[in-house]
Structure formats: structure tokens, C-alpha cells
Design a binder for this molecule. Structure first.
Ligand code: R5P
Length: 299
């Protein structure tokens, strides 16, 4: 078994290998002058279980190509099994033909990944809205890794549960995040109602009167434009919240952080599925390593 760090997730991959005490290799990736990609495995993968770690955040198209090229190459070089750990899986929000003629990108992204020969996929908190699970779009084995209990541990250690309410901005945040965080912290929770008007504009509603003088922890899977969290924070401030914290799994845009802070969020925590300098980083390498333990006997 060998963990291979692709371009976007080298540090995370190295940490996973350290937890598993197994071999690590960095994928060599370069650009040709015309911007085509070049990649190379610097050691043999013949007969190995190859675990490729590549987040699809920020430059999803480039990162997807790199991952599929790496997977296909590993197969050609006679890897025994090719496993993709995708800390952030892009395109999952495009899960429906909203307008006539639109591409349902999530389904095609899944087909592209599978066509590269990947045998199994691990994803950290994929965005599941209209799909119930990743197996709605993938036919290879998929595994969902949830950071919910890790978030709960941080809330217990850094924020405390006295006077604390957990808030999910929309129904999708409930199943794999808010419900689990609330259960482990034993905090009250509520799920707000969200209506999306456009890619950058959302409206948030709540008829609950439970925020007065409370510390509120917003828990969500993705910050992209930041529009959702800005609207949630405004609602919470108007409802008398004392302090507002944000726990987000994938912070896709650091530019969103300023407006989120201006809207009243005092601290932002996010995970190293998308490394960034604008929030307090929560390392999730240990839970990814635990999910991969079944391969340990092959290392
Ligand atoms: C959507 O349902 C997700 O859970 C996030 O709330 C959403 O993607 C955040 O996007 P933005 O930051 O652009 O509002």
C-alpha cells in the first residue's frame, strides 16, 4: 500500500501516511509550455494498492484531470488496486437539470472518474442534496467520511456547550453534520430555511425565537461565495445572538471570509480538505486514515 500525494493534497496525504505508518510518494506534476499536464510516479506501483489523495477544490477541472491521469497511469503500471481519496468532491451541487438543456455535471464527473479505472472512492462530507448517497451516481464502491464528531470535539473543547445552539443553514446540513454534532455535544439545534435566488444570492428564514443571548455555532459543508453564511449571520444578529462561530468543512473561497466576519462571525473553523490561511484549521488526516485502515495489512 502506498499513499500518493497529488498536487492539491500533499500535506494531507503525508499526514495520512504517517498515521498509517505506510509508504508515501509525491506525484511528480509539471506543465508543458502549452500548459498541458505532465505527471509521473517516481517509484514502482506494480502490485501495490495505490491510494491517490487529491482534493478537487479551487481548480476543479485541472484537479480532476490530474486525478484521472494519475489513476489511469497507476492502472497501466499494474497497480493492484487504485483508490481515490477525494477530500473535497467538486460538482456535487449540480445534481439536477434546473433549466432545459443544462448539464447535470455531478453525474458526468462520476463517469469521468470511473472511466479512469478507480476501484474505490473515499470522500469527506460530499454535498448530498437530491442524491441520498454517492452510490446514486457512482457504481464503484464509495465511502463517506464525516467530520461531524471532530467538529463536536472542537466545540466541546474550544467553545463549550453552556448557552450554545447549533444551527444548520439548510436541510442538507442536517443528516451528516448538524444532527451528529448536536447529538455528541448535546446542544440544542435548529435548521433554518434557505431559498436560493441565484448563484450569489440566498434568502434565509427562521421562525424560532431561541437565539437571544446565545452562542451560536453555524455548521455547514461548503462556503463558496459566503452568501449563505452572511445571510445566516445577519438573521442571528438581528435575533440577538451573543457570539457567532462558523464550522465549515470545505472553505472554497478565502475571499468570502471578510464579508463573513463583517456580518458578525467571530471565529471560523474549517478543515484541511481545502487548506487555507483564513480560518482555524482542523486536521482530518486521522479520520481519513481510520477509514483506510482496512488496507493497512497490505502495507
Ligand atoms: C448548499 O446547500 C451548501 O450546503 C452551502 O450552504 C452552499 O454551497 C454555500 O454556498 P455560498 O457560500 O455560495 O452561499
Amino acid at each position: 500500500m502506498i499513499i500518493v500525494g497529488c498536487s492539491t493534497s500533499k500535506d494531507l496525504a503525508r499526514k495520512i501516511a504517517r498515521h498509517l505508518k505506510c509508504k508515501y510518494m509525491q506525484l511528480e506534476v509539471k506543465r508543458f509550455p502549452d500548459n498541458e499536464i505532465y505527471l509521473r510516479f517516481k517509484r514502482s506501483v506494480d502490485g501495490e494498492i495505490v491510494i491517490l489523495v487529491q482534493s478537487l477544490a479551487k481548480n476543479p477541472n485541472e484537479n480532476l484531470i490530474e486525478l484521472t491521469f494519475a489513476a489511469s497511469t497507476a492502472k497501466e503500471l499494474k497497480a493492484k488496486r487504485v483508490v481515490a481519496v477525494i477530500p473535497y468532491l467538486a460538482y456535487m451541487r449540480q445534481d439536477k437539470r434546473f433549466k432545459k438543456g443544462e448539464c447535470v455535471s455531478s453525474r458526468i464527473m462520476a463517469k469521468i472518474l470511473e472511466s479512469s479505472g478507480i476501484d474505490e472512492i473515499f470522500v469527506v462530507n460530499p454535498h448530498l442534496h437530491r442524491y441520498k448517497s454517492l452510490s446514486d451516481i457512482f457504481s464503484v464502491k464509495t465511502n463517506l467520511i464525516s467530520v461531524a464528531y471532530k467538529f463536536a470535539d472542537y466545540i466541546l473543547a474550544k467553545i463549550g456547550t453552556k448557552n450554545t445552539v447549533i444551527v444548520g443553514p439548510d436541510f442538507e446540513s442536517y443528516r451528516h453534520l448538524v444532527e451528529k454534532v448536536a447529538r455528541k455535544t448535546r446542544c440544542d439545534f435548529t435548521i433554518l430555511k434557505k431559498r436560493r435566488i441565484g448563484p450569489k444570492i440566498v434568502r434565509i428564514f427562521s421562525n424560532k425565537k431561541i437565539f437571544q443571548n446565545k452562542n451560536v455555532v453555524i455548521v455547514d459543508d461548503i462556503v463558496s461565495t459566503g452568501g449563505t453564511i452572511v445571510e445566516v449571520s445577519k438573521l442571528l444578529k438581528n435575533a440577538g445572538a451573543k457570539k457567532i462561530y462558523l464550522f465549515v468543512v470545505h472553505l472554497l473561497s478565502e475571499e468570502a471570509v471578510d464579508s463573513i466576519k463583517k456580518a458578525g462571525v467571530s471565529e471560523i473553523f474549517s478543515t484541511n480538505t481545502v487548506p487555507n490561511k483564513s480560518s482555524k484549521m482542523i486536521d482530518v488526516s486521522d479520520i481519513i486514515a481510520s477509514a483506510l485502515k482496512k488496507y493497512k495489512s497490505h502495507s
